[in-house]
Design a protein around this ligand. Structure first.
Ligand code: HEM
Length: 542
């Protein structure tokens, strides 16, 4: 090999090693201010607290994080990785709003989303992400959501008809999480893209629906791929990546590939069908669903703002995966609480029936959203039981996080700001923030819908406005805050009105276990990954 070639290869290797060190390894070895913070004692030298963070029954760990260390905490990850868990309001404001572009999602998360969902909102950052948000934000505005009210009412009616068929001969145990999961998919199908996944009254086959359901289990079936994939994306030139995946000798990978391909084809079909409908409607803006509104806006956008086709297609699966498990599990949690608090259920039903909100099976947008007790129950459940306990970010630059409330470090020193190094993995502590006594008061850990019927504590006056929804972190905040928070609120409140008008729910003997996974979900027994939540359901009126 000539000296020039040898130098190029050596230079290339040094570059690769440097990039891998910089991107993946640096934070493991360098000393950091996070080392001086208190935090849970890791259960394992090698795994750190990773077992708790990813475990399904880690409530003790999350409660400990929320209660015992203040707003910034060290959480030891795999092989000594130093994670910073943040629930301090000022630090969160810096991460999610003020310096948001310096705190992107972890490389692995973005890469996985790019491969599985395409370059949609979940998989892009910087200028591309801003461009997507600019064109998508208006589709979630109240003016458009109002148009969806009859569509939502119609899905909710079908859901009730489906459940009615099961309980028409008397009270029965019903797996309500299955029902609300089916409904959530149909809500985003109809409201998101004018497409039906499920009639809800019968069980017709639907390959698209099956692929949506199979996607996450297929991803988690191949954990090694979650490590190999970001490395491969990092090291292998883009044009060889598909070639590599096609030949990757693993059944799990090939299964995931088929699911992803099918989802992509179905999403492309939806984009084509919606585009035809939008073009047919000409100047008249009758679009109801998110994708049609997006397509119309995209057609009108200037060349520099317009999204290319692959980014439009990617929004379809992005919306489906963002909207389904989140909404259905929050819905399931509310139903579960209503069975534990029958007096609350009765009072809520009374409010719904007296409001005539579901008469004629049509609903007024303003009325649904303004029923005070329904609103209080929705907010309080979303606060105390957020469906994601935390989400991840990575510090892209050295920076200093201001603290709203000082914490005592391991050396007994009170600190009111925390310098953090580039590469520090950050956990946005949704659960801890939503339950902080310093923020919400001494009763922060109680489920008390009434707290929303009175003014919130004065503390909120001194907090930076970070949250997109109601001062809580459930939908986080800033430019990457949940785009669908109003959509979720309308959908869940609509379902609740319809369900309470027609059914009474009571607890069964089966214990409901809530799993501390990426999205918290209910099961009836330990060590099963299948969502299940049985309750007695009887007709209130047919
Ligand atoms: C109770 C229901 C929901 C909850 C708790 C929830 C929560 C969240 C959270 C915490 C994020 C930030 C994720 C991250 O940065 O890693 C997020 C992002 C997102 N959500 Fe939601 N969500 C819900 C419902 C919905 C619905 C119904 C839609 C769509 C109709 C939706 C669409 C999105 C999208 C597209 C993003 C990515 C935003 C971006 O990166 O710009 N979500 N959501």
């Amino acid at each position: 090999m000539g000296i020039v070639l040898q130098s190029v290869v050596a230079g290339g290797l040094v570059w690769v090693v440097w990039q891998v060190w910089r991107t993946f390894l640096r934070c493991y070895f360098e000393s950091s201010s996070v080392d001086h913070l208190h935090g849970p004692v890791p259960k394992s030298t090698f795994l750190g607290s990773w077992g708790d963070v990813t475990g399904h029954d880690s409530w003790a760990f999350w409660d400990d994080l929320a209660e015992n260390y203040g707003g910034v905490v060290k959480v030891q990850g795999l092989l000594g990785e130093k994670n910073l868990h943040v629930s301090d309001p000022a630090a969160l404001h810096t991460i999610l709003v003020k310096e948001q572009s310096n705190f992107p999602e972890p490389y692995m998360f973005l890469t996985m989303n790019q491969v599985v969902l395409g370059h949609g909102l979940f998989a892009t950052e910087g200028a591309v992400h801003r461009k997507q948000r600019k064109i998508l934000n208006p589709a979630f505005a109240s003016a458009y959501l109002k148009r969806l009210t009859p569509v939502f009412a119609q899905v909710a009616t079908r859901l009730c008809d489906g459940i009615s068929a099961q309980v028409k001969n008397g009270a029965r145990e019903v797996d309500m999480v299955k029902w609300v999961a089916r409904a959530a998919l149909e809500f985003i199908g109809q409201g998101g893209m004018g497409y039906s996944f499920d009639s809800l009254v019968s069980n017709e086959p639907n390959a698209h629906r099956d692929a949506v359901k199979a996607l996450l289990p297929a991803v988690f079936d191949i954990p090694h791929y979650l490590v190999v994939l970001p490395l491969a994306r990092f090291l292998v030139p883009h044009r060889y990546q598909r070639w590599l995946v096609d030949r990757y000798p693993d059944k799990g990978v090939q299964r995931l590939k088929s699911i992803v391909d099918l989802l992509w084809d179905k999403s492309s079909d939806i984009i084509t069908a919606r585009r035809v409908a939008v073009e047919k409607s000409g100047e008249e803006d009758t679009a109801k669903d998110i994708i049609s509104i997006l397509l119309r806006a995209n057609m009108k956008a200037s060349a520099e703002d317009r999204l290319p086709d692959d980014q439009l297609v990617a929004q379809v699966s992005t919306m489906i995966s963002a909207a389904t498990d989140t909404s259905s599990n929050l819905m399931a949690r509310i139903l579960s609480l209503l069975t534990q608090h029958p007096e609350v259920q009765d009072k809520l039903r009374k409010e719904v029936l007296e409001s005539s909100v579901v008469e004629e099976d049509d609903m007024s947008y303003d009325t649904v959203l303004s029923l005070p007790y329904l609103d209080a129950i929705y907010r309080e459940t979303a606060r105390l039981y957020p469906v994601s306990l935390y989400i991840q970010r990575t510090a892209e630059k050295d920076t200093v996080l201001p603290l709203w409330k000082p914490v005592m470090d391991k050396h007994g020193k009170s600190i009111d700001s925390l310098p953090i190094a580039k590469g520090t993995p950050v956990m946005i502590g949704i659960y801890a923030y939503n339950r902080s006594k310093a923020i919400w008061g001494d009763d922060a850990e109680e489920w008390k819908p009434e707290r929303w019927l009175a003014p919130l504590p004065d503390t909120f006056k001194s907090l930076p406005g970070t949250a997109v929804y109601s001062n809580m972190m459930t939908f986080i905040g800033g430019p990457r805050g949940c785009i669908g928070f109003k959509y979720a609120e309308l959908e869940i409140k609509t379902i609740l009105c319809h369900l309470l008008k027609r059914f009474k729910f009571t607890a069964t003997d089966q214990v409901v276990m809530w799993n501390t996974s990426m999205v918290v979900y209910p099961t009836t027994a330990e060590k099963t990954s299948e969502a299940k939540m049985m309750m007695n359901v009887e007709l209130v009126r047919s």
